[in-house]
Design a protein around this ligand. Structure first.
Ligand code: GDP
Ligand code: IMO
Ligand code: MG
Length: 422
């Protein structure tokens, strides 16, 4: 398998975890290169459900190296909890999980600030996961962040943490939030530091050596294209580059070593949190929620749902250079008689074929729809493209063509086996 970047081509939760797990069969290394535990990637193997937040989704296959590289923001206490949770389910990460020395830490004051700033924004809130992601990346950019290398150096950690807690407590007080105890944070995070120490390494060198040996790499994108800090619906975005370019800066693997970009899409659209979603539709939201689907893997929030938005996915193809598409959750449309697809936006007399950059314009845009006939039969037991109903094939081919990339993988259920390759 070629070195592959897998990105979400919508607003996150496209089914990246499931597709990573399927593709990992042929990968040697799986790399998380951005985001943090705001991600929730669901993998279902033999009926057992795993939700991964920081640990790469390659962890469920034996013999695969799993790397949390420099571009990720890591809450050490949360990572320990995740590793322990996996252990309880019989998944061992010792010897197969590697954590970058230069990954930045998410600390309790980041989470508190995230919550306090959201509160202050009131109705203009972003709807973050409140995991402290924005403040942690903010500290990184401001050059005051603590990194994994600090965490595993007790003296340095104590000194740096003390200074940061002091400053952030002043900010928290000014925002009307409660100050935090240095002692408590220090004790809990030092303990996590000792636990994580065996996993800590120079992941740039590790990845470089893997490249030299010709090992196949799979980059597991978190979030999605329209949550990207540069290319998303700013300010209703996350704080990292979720698009393909982020995989290189976030890992130290050079761009010319990337062979392929896979975009993961749902057969419809979902978004969790605030911000414009042009094809949002109450009917499809209610239908999917009634089926027990589309509740967030990290926060449990109901996701907002809408029709497939080909303007957005076409834009995602352009920004990421998507070669291949993996379309998931096709079975979510099994009972829909007429399926709509947004092919352009209209704002008064102006037509848009790509996303307008101004969110206020985007929020006013009206979708222009094309209609497709539904297949009205369950797809979850279908295992080959040849057996797919003609109407489902026509729909999937049309949305791939509108997006401008090759249709390569089709998923009709959350399990590994419910996957077809074209
Ligand atoms: P991620 O963040 O992109 O990894 O996606 P999430 O795991 O947050 O959300 C995707 C949801 O869809 C999870 O509950 C998956 O188990 C589920 N899923 C993925 N592919 C399919 C599919 O083809 N059909 C169904 N029914 N569920 C799917
Ligand atoms: P995965 O990897 C869906 C959304 C939040 C909010 C915005 C900013 O599972 O696809 P943040 O906490 O990052 O500051 O929140 O981004 N968001 C996600 N939405 N899937 C995710 O990850 C997300 N991670 C963040 O809901 O709108
Ligand atoms: Mg998710």
């Amino acid at each position: 398998m070629a070195n592959t970047i897998l990105v979400g081509a919508q607003w996150g939760d496209e089914g990246k975890g499931k597709i990573i797990d399927v593709l990992t069969e042929e990968a040697d290394v799986v790399v998380r290169s951005q985001g943090g535990n705001n991600a929730g990637h669901t993998v279902i193997v033999k009926g057992q459900k795993y939700v991964l937040h920081l640990v790469p989704s390659g962890v469920l296959r034996k013999g695969v190296k799993n790397v949390i590289s420099n571009g990720v923001v890591v809450d050490p206490v949360s990572l320990v909890g995740e590793i322990e949770g996996l252990r309880k389910l019989g998944v061992k990460v010792d010897g197969s999980l590697f954590l970058s020395e230069t990954a930045h830490l998410v600390l309790p004051y980041h989470r508190e600030l995230d919550g306090a700033r959201e509160m202050l924004k009131g109705k203009n809130k972003i709807g973050t996961t409140k995991r402290g992601i924005g403040p942690a990346y903010g500290d990184k950019a401001a050059r005051v962040g603590l990194r994994v290398a600090d965490l595993v150096n007790p003296e340095r950690f104590e000194a740096k943490l003390k200074a940061r807690v002091k400053e952030n407590n002043e900010v928290l007080k000014a925002l009307g939030a409660k100050p935090l105890s240095f002692k408590e944070i220090h004790a809990a995070y030092r303990k996590a530091g000792d636990y994580l120490k065996p996993f800590v390494t120079n992941t740039v060198v590790l990845l470089h050596q893997a490249l030299q040996k010709g090992e196949a790499m799979l980059f597991e994108g978190a979030q999605g294209t329209f949550l990207d800090i540069d290319h998303g619906t700013y300010p209703f975005v996350t704080s990292s580059n979720t698009t393909a370019g982020g995989a290189c800066t976030g890992s130290g693997v050079p761009p010319h070593r990337i062979d392929r970009v896979v975009g993961v899409l749902k057969a419809y659209t979902t978004r969790v949190g605030e911000g414009p979603l042009p094809t949002e539709n109450a009917e499809i939201s209610d239908m999917l929620h009634a089926m027990g689907r589309e509740f967030g893997a990290t926060t449990g929030r109901a996701r907002r749902c809408g029709w497939f938005d080909a303007v957005a996915t076409r834009h995602a193809q352009m920004v990421n250079g998507i070669d291949d598409l993996a379309i998931t959750n096709v079975d979510g449309l099994d009972t829909t008689e007429t399926i709509k697809v947004c092919i352009a936006y209209r704002d008064g007399k102006k037509r848009y074929d790509y996303l307008p950059t101004d969110v206020e314009v985007l929020a006013r845009c009206e979708p222009v729809y094309a209609e497709f006939e539904g297949w009205l039969q369950p797809l979850d037991k279908i295992r080959s493209w040849d057996k797919m109903p003609a109407k489902a094939k026509a729909y999937l081919k049309a949305i791939a063509e509108l997006t401008g990339a090759r249709l390569s993988i089709v998923s009709v259920g959350p399990g590994r086996e419910q996957t077809m390759f074209l």
